[in-house]
Every structure is written in structure tokens, then in C-alpha cells.
Design a protein around this ligand. Structure first.
Ligand code: DGY
Length: 320
């Protein structure tokens, strides 16, 4: 059974250990995202691939890997970088890593929400530049978070973890989701709303939808225009869910107060107008990046590969 497993990036040792102990011939490609040519070359003959969000795993990749390829385990909950349809056509199982990163990612969403509202980025930059001269009665004022209204767009596992944090801050919770989440409504006191109404109602919007053709630019100029002038937008899902150019304009015009972003339309590029703005906190896609969670993600992805290559059902298969 053992054969070649390609791990496209350097991952925590705990994940590699699972693969090595199962006897696979493990190739770890690189610390940085591999160039396409090198990635394809390394894929030849692989039975299993452990990929990350920076690799495009499409039909071409699978064809180069060859007919022996059985599984692509993406070390992420999102899998928009993998062509699941192409995998299904070729009989390749695709898996992801849900459930192990919800709380950690929710921490970062809430961190961005607090930092954007209370102007932490701007305040710290001022201090570090030696430009902080005195305590000021009007210095770096921003809206309160506690007791306000939060709107969660996409009340999946991560969205619900954000809602739990919001409850701790005494916030009223609203959400928009394709389907109603009645259990979450009962547990969290969350109220469902149409997206437009939610945007008009809440003070904080936190986005948690996967990237699909329907959610691309779900938050664009029109939606931003519906938000309150003191509203804060947070995105820790996928960059293209928010129209970055429209967001930069809204922040410049002051039609919303601030934003906190962990994801971008063309990572690692960030829209130049966002980089110029003080009222946006920018993190480099670190949502799931705690030590413990990255270990759990690596182990889960490795276990999914091991299961498929042993002919067992993987824990986290995904379908188109
Ligand atoms: C995910 O899991 O989808 C993240 O974006 C990668 O940490």
C-alpha cells in the first residue's frame, strides 16, 4: 500500500509523523509556495497529496500526478483552490480540515473586530513612530464593541464561534445564511435576516461564507453603502467575498468606520488603496495560525490521506 505522498509546503512535524509512521515515501516540497512547474514535477507518481491554500490543484495537476493519485487532502477548511469536480471525474477523493480551527479563527475575527473599532493599528503605528505626545480626551476614539449589534454572514462553525464571543461582549446577534440555523438561534439568541436588512441593522459585520460563484463579491459597493457610517466590516473567510476596491472607497469616503481583514482577493497582494488607509487593520491570512491548531490541521490532513490510501473512508471528504 505505501507509496509516494507529496506534501506541497513545510507543515508541522505532527502531520509528517502520521505519514511517515504509516510508511509512505514522503516528499516535502518547500517552505514558500512552490512555483507551478516545480509543483507539477513533484506531483508525478504521487498517490496522495497534502496541499495548502496556496496551491492550485486542478485537472492538469491531477493528470500530471497520474492515474495512481487517490487523494488530495487540503490542509484548510476552505477548498476553493482545489477543483473538486475534476477530482470526482478522475476518482480522486478530496478532503479538508473542518472542526479543528473554528475557535482559533473566531479569535482572529474578534481580534480584528476589536482592533478595527478601537483603532489599535493606527494607535500603535503612532506610538512606535514617536508621534504620541500626550493622553488626549479625544485621542483615537472609536465605537464601543460591547452591547452593540453584530451581523454574521455565514453562520457555520466559525460564524457560531464568533457569535459565542459576541455574546460574551453582551452583543445582539443577527445572521444571514442560506438556510436557517434553528439550533444556533436557540443557543445563541441569534436572529436571521435578509442580507440587506442585516447590513442596515448591525454595527459590526463579520463574514464567514466559503468562496463560491454565488459569494464572490457578496459584499460590494451596494452592500457597503447599506452599512451604517460607524459600522465595522471584518473578513476572515476568503478575500474575493469582499470587493476590495469598493471597500477601499468606502473607507476613504468614511461611509463605514473601519475594517479588519485577514484575507485578500489576490494574496499575497493587497489593494494599494487599503495599504494607504489608517482605518483598516490588515493581517496576513493568519486566522487558523495558532501552534495547536496548525498541528491539528496537519494531523487531520495526514490522517485523511492515510485513510484513503488504506482503503478506508476518510473523516472529511468534500463534494462539489
Ligand atoms: C482555511 O482553513 O481555509 C484557512 O483559510 C487556512 O488557514
Amino acid at each position: 500500500m505505501p507509496g509516494k505522498v507529496l506534501v506541497t509546503r513545510e507543515i508541522p512535524e505532527a502531520g509528517l509523523r502520521v505519514l511517515k509512521e504509516a510508511g509512505f515515501d514522503v516528499t516535502v516540497l518547500s517552505e514558500a509556495p512552490p512555483a507551478r512547474d516545480g509543483l507539477l514535477e513533484a506531483a508525478r507518481g504521487a498517490k496522495g497529496v497534502l496541499s495548502t491554500v496556496t496551491e492550485t490543484v486542478d485537472g492538469e495537476f491531477m493528470d500530471v500526478a497520474g492515474g495512481g493519485l487517490k487523494v488530495v487532502a487540503n490542509m484548510a477548511v476552505g477548498y476553493d483552490n482545489v477543483d473538486v469536480g475534476a477530482a470526482q471525474e478522475r476518482g480522486v477523493v478530496v478532503t479538508n480540515t473542518p472542526g479543528v480551527l473554528d475557535e482559533t479563527t473566531a479569535d482572529v475575527a474578534f481580534m480584528l473586530l476589536l482592533a478595527a473599532a478601537r483603532r489599535l493599528g493606527e494607535a500603535e503605528r503612532t506610538l512606535r513612530a514617536g508621534r504620541w505626545e500626550w493622553w488626549g480626551p479625544k485621542l483615537f476614539m472609536g465605537p464601543d464593541v460591547w452591547g452593540k449589534r453584530i451581523g454574521i454572514v455565514g453562520l457555520g462553525r466559525i460564524g457560531q464561534a464568533v457569535a459565542r464571543r459576541a455574546r460574551g461582549f453582551g452583543m445582539e446577534i443577527y445572521y444571514h445564511n442560506r438556510s436557517r440555523k434553528e439550533e444556533a438561534e436557540r443557543e445563541l439568541g441569534a436572529r436571521w435576516m435578509e442580507l440587506d436588512e442585516l447590513l442596515e441593522t448591525v454595527d459590526f459585520v463579520s463574514v464567514h461564507t466559503p468562496l463560491t460563484e454565488e459569494t464572490r463579491h457578496l459584499i460590494g459597493a451596494e452592500e457597503l453603502g447599506k452599512m451604517k457610517p460607524r459600522a465595522v466590516l471584518v473578513n476572515t473567510s476568503r478575500g474575493p467575498v469582499v470587493d476590495e476596491a469598493a471597500l477601499a472607497e468606502a473607507l476613504e469616503a468614511g461611509s463605514i468606520f473601519a475594517a479588519g481583514l485577514d484575507v485578500y482577493e489576490e494574496e499575497p497582494k493587497v489593494h494599494p488603496k487599503l495599504l494607504e488607509r489608517e482605518n483598516v487593520v490588515l493581517a496576513p491570512h493568519i486566522g487558523s495560525g495558532s501552534i495547536e491548531t496548525r498541528d491539528r490541521m496537519a494531523v487531520l490532513a495526514a490522517e485523511n490521506i492515510r485513510a484513503v490510501l488504506r482503503g478506508e473512508p476518510p473523516k472529511n471528504p468534500v463534494e462539489q
